[in-house]
Design a protein around this ligand. Sequence first.
Ligand code: SF4
Length: 82
Amino acid sequence: MAKKYKVRVTLDQNLCINCGTCSAIYPKGYGYDETTGKHKVLPPYNEWTEVDEETLNLLKQAETACPVQCIKVYVEEADEDK
Ligand code: SF4
């Protein structure tokens, strides 16, 4: 019974220096935004979404590693799998 979490991730592009650390850690969660020249949170993680612990850890690793701390990972515990 893997634990599930509800997460939503925000990224302040005004602060992002486009270093690419977040997308190197978790390319499914963070990517280059051609319209702004910065990085962005990729769907579905920009909205509340259910993830497993491994995904949560990757999203949070990027939050921790971002040199300007412009990533925020909001977490709620969801029901466990039946
Ligand atoms: S790690 Fe932070 S500064 Fe670097 S690209 Fe990602 S959001 Fe931007």
